[in-house]
Design a protein around this ligand. Structure first.
Ligand code: BGC
Length: 667
């Protein structure tokens, strides 16, 4: 390959049109990858046509890899990722990713910029919606599930996508929740909190990684040798390639880390960036000055991923798949199921929900009652027209004895207030400086009280909100998030009781914006019971792991297999969970541990496992967790993983704020 062709492999092209210049560049072997603009590449034959030039008309014959943001669906849209994690169902998240892959590959997309596994603890930050919440362990679990769903066992299959772990690393720590901002992350926090999901997903076979926009402690992530070269490529032996985020190499100039685009290019590639997205700085690299080993390594990594994806063997995609593989009945059914399993019931006074078995008139009102735009911030190729809106869903699925109105009149028995955040008030570059419902919607709900009817508040949101006012004014609160294509149907399943809600929060809902960041696995202070603010604790309004069900569950009889173990032994802990109600239900049971005293301090609790337990009415089951040495590893003062002697507490719990407690010792 010529030097120019090599550089071509390392610059991702953003195309706004297909013209002769582009075709010539492809012919010259200078276009290695394209970010698919869905307005330009509208069908698989256009994609194949470009591919044909690369493979058949260029000298090097290297296929192009086509990437796109297929984040929580392609045409069939699943709930936003934060919602998906509230299902606590890794198999479901994997399946959603595999359906997204099946649909997206019909257009000839080979590669998705997902999953995002940024641990996110700031409700103001818009991108919290794209994450799997505040916990490191959960981000690892769901990240791995998504990678497996996108890539499958063999990513070269025509219905699979190469995945891309993003944003590497620490992007969720942006100061003040301000997108793209500086991050101040101690080495300990980097290794304990932000890196583990990436390590887990690299081990699971993820083929690409995207470097993040943020500056980490003075060195931007997109030119950070420590995180890119030393940790990712050397220590973890990652063999795929790293792509910068959009324009992030050029942005090194604005960070004040490079004087011009030439310096930015050298700093990025020398630190471990293999492909730059959008910016064009790599063309400033010169054959004489670049370390040839670094250049060749980057190119090899790109070719390796293309080889793995099977692009050399099968560069073209079947142009006839889209009709039968997109937005199918089966995909929509699964989207409906997943959406209902991600809606979190926060309040249900006097068991007002579910509404069934009584002749009633319900009024579905509020800014979001007929909202179509419920596909979240990343839309891929979806259309709001395919979304079943809340009112339509409730109307069409209503049992015979329930009348559904879109306004309040004197026949109204129950009010369903649909409120929320618009799709463009969260997501990238959409942080908020307050976390109340926007547009006076809290006042709207309070005003509904004058009708003296029960109020069910359904919230379509992309971040944790301060629901102090809604808690006071509503009889029930259901967090619906942005549920995607099947919104209305899934909502009806919950409201009419065809589905018993089981989702639990993976992000704490703060009681005040001033408490942020609020997360369950904080460390104790020297005065643990101290009210940090005058007469106010920092307790969230709804804690991590919390969610109601139409069933009620009782936790009893915690047992531990051993009170004292040695460092390489495992231990089992069990408890009996009983469904004390008359309705079948699913309970998400959580396992937390605490290393009480160590060579360094530890969080008050850490999630180490969870199980989704199906329990029939009145049924009891014993749930058992095994805690292995790897679950007890902590980073010592030198940041080496060790198991330390001493006392450990363990909880089997319905949420992070409750639970049955036991303890054991490590000799
Ligand atoms: C976002 C990435 C995304 C990329 C390409 C960037 O602005 O931060 O998450 O993958 O654009 O669309």
């Amino acid at each position: 390959m010529t030097f120019k062709q090599k550089i071509g492999q390392l610059q991702q092209r953003i195309i706004t049109k297909i013209d002769d210049d582009l075709k010539t560049e492809i012919k010259n072997g200078e276009v290695g990858s394209i970010l698919v603009n869905l307005k330009v590449i509208t069908n698989a034959s256009i994609r194949n046509e470009l591919q044909k030039i690369a493979v058949e008309d260029s000298k090097s014959g290297i296929p192009i890899i086509f990437g796109q943001d297929v984040i929580h669906g392609y045409k069939t849209m699943f709930p936003i990722n934060l919602a998906q994690s509230c299902s606590w169902d890794t198999l479901a998240v994997k399946k959603a990713a595999s359906i997204a892959a099946k649909e997206a590959t019909t257009l000839g997309i080979d590669w998705t910029f997902a999953p995002m596994i940024d641990v996110s603890r700031d409700a103001r930050w818009g991108r919290i919606a794209e994450s799997y919440g505040e916990d490191t362990f959960l981000n690892s679990q769901f990240g791995v599930a998504a990678v497996k769903g996108f890539q499958g066992k063999d990513v070269s299959q025509p219905n699979k996508l190469v995945s891309c772990l993003k944003h590497y690393v620490g992007y969720g720590a942006s100061i003040g929740g301000r997108d793209y901002q500086y991050t101040e992350i101690s080495k300990r926090t980097l290794h304990e909190t932000y890196l583990p999901p990436f390590k887990a997903c690299v081990d699971a076979g993820a083929l690409t990684v995207m470097s993040s926009f943020n500056d980490i402690n003075g060195i931007p992530a997109s030119a950070n040798k420590e995180t890119l070269k030393h940790i990712l490529k050397n220590k973890w032996q990652f063999s795929g390639f790293v792509i910068s985020d959009w324009d992030a190499v050029e942005q090194l100039i604005y960070h004040g880390y490079a004087t011009d685009s030439t310096e930015a290019a050298y700093k990025a590639i020398n630190a471990g960036i293999d492909i730059e997205m959008k910016s064009n700085t790599f063309k400033k690299l010169s054959e004489e000055k670049i370390d040839i080993n670094i250049l060749n390594d980057a190119v090899k990594r790109v070719l390796y991923v293309k080889l793995k994806k099977g692009l050399f063997k099968t560069p073209y995609v079947n142009e006839n798949r889209s009709k039968k593989d997109v937005l199918t009945k089966e995909h929509k059914l699964f989207a409906r199921k997943l959406a209902s399993e991600t809606m979190v019931l926060l309040e249900n006074k006097n068991n007002i929900l579910p509404i069934k078995n009584k002749p009633l008139t319900i009024s579905v009102v509020g800014l979001f009652s007929k909202e179509q735009n419920l596909n979240g911030w990343w839309k891929s190729n979806s259309s709001p027209n395919d979304v079943i809106n809340p009112y339509i869903g409730l109307l069409k699925n209503a049992p015979d004895n329930i009348q559904v109105l879109d306004k309040i009149n004197n026949k109204t028995d129950i009010i369903i207030a649909c409120v929320g955040e618009k799709h463009n008030t969260f997501g990238e570059n959409h942080s908020r400086s307050n976390i109340e419902l926007p547009n006076n919607q809290s006042k709207f709900i309070s005003a509904l009280k004058k009708h003296k009817k029960p109020i069910i508040t359904v919230i379509f949101n992309g971040r944790p909100l301060n629901l102090t006012s809604e808690k006071e004014s509503s009889d029930a609160i259901l967090i619906a998030w942005h549920p995607g294509t099947e919104t209305g149907n899934a909502l009806a399943d919950i409201i009419y009781g065809n589905v018993n809600p089981s989702a639990k929060l993976t992000t704490s809902f703060p009681a005040a914006i001033g408490h942020i960041p609020v997360f369950y696995n904080d460390r104790n202070s020297g005065r643990p019971k101290y009210d940090f603010y005058t007469k106010e604790s920092c307790e969230p309004l709804y804690p991590f792991g919390y969610g109601l069900n139409y069933s009620t569950f009782e936790y009893q009889n915690i047992k531990i297999s051993n009170k004292e173990i040695s460092k390489n032994e495992s231990i089992t802990v069990s408890a009996t969970i009983t469904n004390t109600s008359n309705v079948n239900g699913t309970e998400i049971v959580q396992l937390y541990i605490q290393d009480v005293v160590g060579s360094t301090t530890r969080p008050v609790k850490e999630l180490k496992g969870f199980k989704k337990l199906k329990l029939k009415a009145k049924e009891s089951k014993t749930v058992k967790f095994t805690i292995n040495t790897k679950d007890l590893l902590v980073l010592n003062q030198e940041l080496n993983p060790v198991v330390e002697s001493g006392q450990f507490n363990v909880w089997i719990a319905p949420n992070s704020n409750k639970g049955l407690k036991e303890s054991f010792k490590i000799k």
